[in-house]
Design a protein around this ligand. Structure first.
Ligand SMILES: Cc1ncc(COP(=O)(O)O)c(C=O)c1O
Length: 428
C-alpha cells in the first residue's frame, strides 16, 4: 500500500516545486467536514479545498445531481449546443446577486478566469483601460489576475511583464480607524498624479481579502468606493471568489455594506467541488461585448452546472446562511477564548466576518512582528493531530477557518481543540 511518505517522494519527482503543497497528506476519501488520508487517518477539514466546500464534501444532493447529469451528457460546449442548466443557473445567480437592475451571468471554469472575464467586460463596457486594485489582494494566477494581485512573493515575482494600466492602493484595515481615510486619500492621489479618473474602467476589491489574511473591508469604505465609482463612471467589481456563497453569513460578503457592485466574480463554493466560476453583472454592462467576445470550450461545464444548481438548492433548503451565523458565532467565541488564554499571547487578533474567521500569530503583541514560522509549525502539528487548516496573510502568519458550513458544532469544537493543542505544542 502507498503511504503519505511514499507518495510524497513520487510527488516531488513528478510535480514541479512551484506547486506549493501545504501538507504531505494524500486525500483518499472525504465526507462533509471530514477527510481520510491514504493511510486511513481521519482529519477535520478546516480548509474545504480552499473555501470550495461551504456545503461540505460530497453533499448527497450534489452527488445525485452530478450522477444524473453523468447519465445524460458530460460536455457539449455551451457555445455549440446550449443546455438548460446553464441558463437556469444564470437566472438564479442573477436573482441572488445584490441590486435591482436586470443582470446577466457568464460561466467559466476557474476563479482566475472569472477575473479575466470581469476585466474584459469592464474594459469593453467603459472603453477605458485602467484598473485599480489593492495591496494584499489575490485574484488568481493568470497574467491579468496576477497583475491585479497585490503580493509579489510568491505569486508575481519573476512572471512579469504583466498587462499594464493596473494601479494598487493600500487595503484599509478595519482595526485601524484612520486607514479607511488613508486608502481613500491614496486613491485620490492616484487619480491626481498617475491616472485620470476618465481612464479608469474599474476598481476591483475582495470585500474580505482571502489569501491576503482575512482582512475585512470596512463597510463605509466600500460605500465610499461606490460613491467614487459613481462620480467618475468607474465600474465596481467585487471578487467574491472566496467570500461568497454564505461564508460570511450572507450570500455575498459585499451585502453586509449595502453596496451593489456592477460585476461580481464567483467560483469556489459555487459548485461544491466541481470547477465552475461566474461573472454576474448589470445586463447593460455584460451585454457590451459583441458575440464571440466571451466564452470558452469548457466554460460552464454541464456537470459543474448541475452541481451548482444543487448547491443553491441545498443553501436554500438547509438554511446555510443561518448555519453560517451559528457556526461563525461558535468559531468566533472559541477563537476569542484562545486569544484571551494566557498561554497564547502570540495571538494578536481574531478577525473576519460571519464564518470567515482567522487568528493572526505574532512574536510579540507590542511589536506585531509576524510569527510565520510558528504558523507553519502549527499547520503541520495540527495535521499530525487530525486537523487540516491553512495559513494565509502577507507573512503567512494568519490561520484561517474555512470549515464547511454544514459541519456539526461538535466537529467544529473538535477542530478548534486540535488547533489549540497544536498551537500549545508548537510554542518555542
Ligand atoms: C479572492 C480570490 N480570487 C481569485 C482566486 C483565484 O481562483 P482560482 O484559483 O480558482 O483561479 C482566488 C483563489 O484562491 C481567490 O481567493
Amino acid at each position: 500500500m502507498e503511504t503519505n511518505v511514499s507518495l510524497w517522494a513520487r510527488l516531488q519527482a513528478a510535480v514541479p516545486r512551484g506547486v506549493n503543497i501545504s501538507l504531505p497528506v494524500f486525500a483518499a476519501f472525504a465526507e462533509n467536514a471530514e477527510m481520510r488520508d491514504v493511510e486511513g487517518r481521519r482529519y477535520i477539514d478546516f480548509a474545504g479545498g480552499i473555501g470550495v466546500l461551504n456545503i461540505g464534501h460530497r453533499h448527497r444532493r450534489v452527488m445525485a445531481a452530478v450522477e444524473r447529469q453523468l447519465q445524460a451528457f458530460t460536455h457539449a460546449c455551451f457555445q455549440v449546443t446550449p443546455y438548460e442548466s446553464y441558463v437556469r443557473l444564470a437566472e438564479r445567480l442573477n436573482e441572488l446577486a445584490p441590486g435591482t437592475a436586470p443582470k446577466k451571468t457568464i460561466f467559466l471554469t476557474t476563479g482566475a478566469e472569472a477575473i479575466e472575464n470581469a476585466v474584459k467586460i469592464a474594459r469593453h463596457a467603459s472603453g477605458r483601460p485602467a484598473l485599480i486594485a489593492f495591496g494584499g489582494a489575490f485574484h488568481g494566477r493568470t497574467m491579468m489576475a496576477l497583475a491585479l494581485t497585490g503580493k509579489m512573493n510568491p505569486y508575481k515575482a519573476g512572471f512579469g511583464p504583466f498587462p499594464g494600466d493596473v494601479y494598487h492602493v493600500p487595503f484599509p484595515n478595519e482595526l485601524d480607524a484612520g486607514s479607511t481615510a488613508a486608502s481613500l486619500r491614496a486613491i485620490d492621489e492616484l487619480l491626481y498624479s498617475s491616472v485620470a479618473p476618465g481612464q479608469v474602467c474599474a476598481i476591483i476589491i475582495e470585500p474580505v481579502q482571502g489569501e491576503g489574511g482575512f482582512n475585512v473591508a470596512p463597510f463605509d469604505f466600500l460605500r465610499a468606493l461606490r460613491t467614487l465609482c459613481d462620480r467618475h463612471g468607474i465600474l465596481l467589481i467585487a471578487d467574491e471568489i472566496q467570500s461568497g456563497f454564505g461564508r460570511t453569513r450572507r450570500m455575498f460578503a459585499v451585502e453586509h455594506s449595502g453596496v451593489v457592485p456592477d460585476l461580481i466574480a464567483t467560483a469556489k463554493s459555487l459548485a461544491g467541488g466541481f470547477p465552475l466560476s461566474a461573472v454576474t453583472g448589470r445586463a447593460d454592462v455584460m451585454d457590451s461585448v459583441a458575440p464571440g467576445g466571451l466564452g470558452g470550450t469548457y466554460a460552464g461545464n454541464p456537470v459543474a452546472c448541475a452541481a451548482a444548481l444543487a448547491v443553491l438548492d441545498v443553501m436554500r433548503d438547509e438554511d446555510t446562511l443561518g448555519r453560517a451565523e451559528k457556526l461563525g458565532a461558535r468559531v468566533h467565541e472559541r477563537l476569542l477564548a484562545m486569544s484571551r488564554d494566557l498561554r497564547f499571547p502570540c495571538i494578536s487578533t481574531v478577525r473576519g466576518l460571519g464564518a470567515m474567521l482567522a487568528i493572526e500569530l505574532v512574536r510579540d503583541r507590542a511589536s506585531h512582528e509576524p510569527a510565520s514560522d510558528l504558523a507553519r509549525k502549527v499547520v503541520l502539528r495540527a495535521a499530525d493531530l487530525g486537523l487540516i487548516i491553512l495559513a494565509c496573510g502577507q507573512h503567512a502568519n494568519v490561520l484561517r477557518v474555512l470549515v464547511p458550513l454544514t459541519a456539526s458544532l461538535e466537529a467544529v469544537d473538535e477542530g478548534i481543540s486540535i488547533l489549540e493543542r497544536a498551537l500549545e505544542e508548537s510554542l518555542p
